[in-house]
Design a protein around this ligand. Sequence first.
Ligand code: ATP
Ligand code: MG
Length: 556
Amino acid sequence: MSNEERAKNFIRTFIDEDLASGRYAGVATRFPPEPNGYLHIGHAKSICLNFGLARDYRGRTNLRFDDTNPAKEEVEYVESIREDVRWLGFDWEDREFYASDYFEKLYECAEELIRRGFAYVCELSAEEVREYRGTLTKPGRDSPWRGRSVEENLDQFRRMRQGEFAEGAKFLRAKIDMASPNLNMRDPAIYRIKKSAHHRTGDKWLIYPMYDYAHCVSDAMEGITHSICTLEFEDHRPLYDWFLEVLNWPQPRPRQIEFARLNLEYTLMSKRKLLQLVSERRVDGWDDPRLPTMAAIRRRGFTPSSVRLFCERIGVAKKDSWIEMEWLEKAARDDLNPEVKRVMAVLDPVRVLITNFPEGEVKTISAPYFPDEPEKMGHRDLKMTREIFIERQDFMAEPTAGFRRLVPGGEARLRWSCYIKCVGFETDSSGRVTLIRCECRDEPFSGEAASKKRRPNIIHWVSAERSRPATVRLYERLFTVPRPGGDLDSELNPRSLTVMEDARLEDALDMPLPWERFQFERLGYFMVDPQSGAGKPLFNRIVTLKDSFSKGREKG
Ligand code: ATP
Ligand code: MG
């Protein structure tokens, strides 16, 4: 077993132990997003993990919106999160929950903590709280409010709920240990006053529970067995267990397990930074195909199965690491390769006039959509005419050393068609090539070259008259540095988007539908943008091809 596979299984090992020991009778997980932004590929890892475990252990996964912070949360995000989870292929059935559903219960439990002497209302200011907390090397000091009686705490807490005090004036905190080596255990906050409306409970609440408290109680209420979260919560686990212990929560209680979050090179995963990219209009909305959001990945053309494949391959580890973007791209290629038709498109066309091809003639060539298995997707007709377009990059008037495509006096093979030899070219006043003159024949021009097995390169083409216009968007990395810190001015890649307005598609692609995917030979995998119009279709490049057929392969 490789390291990767072993790492992938450490959560499963825990679960197997817990089932074998009889701690739990089955598996229940949850995916708990905070609805304060759009989900990204890191969340996909968590979704695949949680739903995947439930699937494999015949358990269940709840979708729980962790909506304890009224200020930053919105219905728009709730809807996008639902769509993303569904798109990935997972189903939470009727188990859509909200931490806010539990506000009353969470409040009752907080009173119970007070009654048992495990919580008190503190009046230190934020700054004083910091001062009293101490540091990693210095123990904290007890708050002067720590000794309040149960009655006084209950009275204060109820008045907090009634809205008698200003935001920040008081807060409810756990009474644990101000000298604990774990800073999270130094009397952490449980409830704070916040006089903002909540997207679901409206004006009902003037106090809101803190994440660490709400999360474990919500998990316990839902009967979650394995509460899977990212590594930064490892130091919060004692607190997670403490709340359930002092509440005397019945067994079996949920078990928190941490795993390493996904970091993907050349992009950013933090919702806060993604929000900044969108709100500063550095990108074109949450679904700009350059972003790592699920909405963007979907719009760019990635399939749900390619995202699941990616998540499976990267596995689950206990140590933070950065994953190369190539992993995601490779998963997309492997997923799309057997599924999509091969067609020809020219992104940056230059006109070629074939002097010995009769004017007005249209030669029809039948070519398979999937050359490796011609029966699989059938054939289409290519139209060969006197004027064609080839890729500007496939011709060099003054070739550099090693350039192996079309050059003056040289030859090339047109995919599925004839050999052409360049007999001349025209340029405009700036030296830009405007027309290439060629002759064609069915056999290679240079018998000598052919006998040396140095076959001419194969290039793709479309008929000039019989092709259709299209717009094609090409993407590069969003950032120029592999591990961006978030300084947008210096780190954003100014060339992350290239729009090819003059692209041409072969005739057979007459009405491509939004969401349809193709391989454009030699260029990559592409999808018709969901907002593509009928007149001139708009394509997004999902990924480039690793190999082009002109290197090594000789079919066609
Ligand atoms: P961000 O830091 O981007 O705001 P978050 O952790 O605050 O993310 P939540 O909405 O709280 O976002 O996350 C929901 C779930 O997704 C959590 O269980 C969290 O652990 C998980 N998650 C978030 N980011 C990643 C990531 N990069 N890799 C794996 N899991 C993640
Ligand atoms: Mg969070």
